[in-house]
Design a protein around this ligand. Structure first.
Ligand SMILES: [Zn+2]
Length: 213
């Protein structure tokens, strides 16, 4: 008799997966580094300092909106945001999944300890810039004019920026550069990184349990 087992596998995330994971919407370049979305900059304090100390851990400051943690590095490594795309794109991992949002990786992978933006961080800046420019040139989202304009302009530079973040030029090809999300994911899988979920989510991939015989 066959025994039923289960295993984890990765599938393309849907819009509702991405929105469920997100700690906040990134619209501007400043939002990419917003501690209200991506976590506190220091341990045991909100940004403005109204909340301090062990007793404040787990609270969100009602003045600055920043969460207080005893381990802010872990929070900055886990929190994923999202950006609303100017035009819908097919998921880089499954053409049949259409996305009009895309995850933004935790800040820890985008800016180093000295505050320097990493190559991956620069690619997110490019995404926000080209997406914003396209959004501003488009009619109101989902209006009849929008649908015509979206079809005519296509995702163009937005899709290019996302492919550059993920690290492949076309689906099915291996990671094209070492500091891409797919390269990061491969390294994390190799070492059994406990933060693997944050990296898969950043790629737009969901971990699903599958029963196997
Ligand atoms: Zn505060």
């Amino acid at each position: 008799m066959n025994s039923l087992r289960s295993e984890w596998h990765l599938i393309a995330a849907t819009i509702s997966d991405i929105l469920r994971w997100s700690y906040g919407k990134v619209t501007t370049l400043e939002d990419l580094y917003d501690p209200r979305i991506f976590g506190p900059t220091t341990d045991l304090s909100c940004l403005c300092g109204s909340l301090r100390g062990e007793e404040a851990v787990g609270s969100v400051c009602d003045k600055c909106g920043v969460f207080v943690s005893g381990d802010s590095v872990s929070v900055r490594r886990l929190r994923v945001g999202h950006t609303e795309l100017a035009v819908p794109i097919p998921s880089p991992f499954d053409d049949s999944v259409i996305l009009d949002v895309f995850p933004v990786a935790p800040i820890l992978y985008r800016r180093d300890d000295h505050g320097t933006v990493t190559p991956l961080g620069e690619r997110y800046q490019t995404l926000v810039r080209v997406n914003r420019a396209l959004l501003e040139s488009m009619p109101e989202k989902w209006s009849a004019e929008y649908l015509v304009a979206a079809r005519e302009s296509g995702p163009g530079e937005v899709l290019e920026a996302i492919n550059d973040i993920i690290g492949r030029a076309t689906p099915g090809e291996p990671a094209s550069h070492g500091d891409s999300l797919l390269a990061l994911l491969a390294r994390s899988l190799a070492v059994g990184d406990p933060d693997i979920a944050a990296i898969t989510r950043s790629c737009g991939l969901a971990m699903k349990m599958r029963a196997i015989l």
